[in-house]
Design a protein around this ligand. Structure first.
Ligand SMILES: O=C(O)CCC(=O)C(=O)O
Ligand SMILES: [Fe+2]
Length: 109
């Protein structure tokens, strides 16, 4: 199970923001690793860049979001594209999300 060696589980806590129009919960980025399994709470907030527009990712109860990472994009020769995403700030909160990063290793490539 070499592929499971480089895994990290993180929990994000976003407190309510008094002026959400001035900032973001998380800045635009793509995940550098292989694959991310993400769970956001029912408040939503995750946005993905699609055709140069930020599109909200609607929370679906009981579902997980799968983000392709940069490493998978590279080793798949861009068959899978890592997505640019960010988190909007919100005055209603807090917001909680959990992410499980599969980092991958040379043995898996
Ligand atoms: O909190 C979220 O929904 C996204 C978190 C995220 O993009 C990350 O941990 O890389
Ligand atoms: Fe991310």
């Amino acid at each position: 199970m070499e592929c499971a060696q480089g895994c990290t589980f993180v929990c994000h806590y976003y407190p309510p923001c008094p002026e959400p129009e001035l900032t973001l919960g998380a800045w635009s980025h793509s995940d550098p690793w292989f694959l991310t399994l993400l769970h956001q709470d029912q408040g939503g907030g995750l946005q993905v860049l699609h055709n140069r527009q930020w599109v909200p990712v609607r929370p679906i109860p009981g579902s997980l979001i799968v983000n392709v990472g940069d490493f998978l994009q590279i080793i798949s020769n861009r068959r899978f594209i890592s997505d640019e995403h960010r988190v909007a700030a919100d005055s209603i909160g807090p917001r909680i999300s959990t992410a499980y990063f599969f980092k991958g290793s040379q043995e898996c490539a």
